[in-house]
Design a protein. Sequence first.
Length: 107
Amino acid sequence: MPRERFKTLTEQMFYILLCLHRECRGVDILEMVRKLTEGRVNIGSGTLYDLLEQFIKEGAIEETKSEGRRRSYIITEKGRQMLDKEYRRLLSQAADYNRILGKDVSP
């Protein structure tokens, strides 16, 4: 049985949607993810633009501007719901970790 699309988000997907809380271009997303994660998460440009197209088709983001090859994007309500759902899933995993191992670990 194939995995349901966007049921869970990869790290790259999560950070792309997170960056799109405000309008920005693809190159801005690449830089923001590097800064936000202090280099821990890296997204290749091919992966980024493929995911942006998938998110557009899914209705999670929308293109706001197109000037030649430069395109800007922003998250939609559906994308925000996807991001919130993933955030809650990650919190549940952290709670399970704390419950089983009895400790909280800061990054």
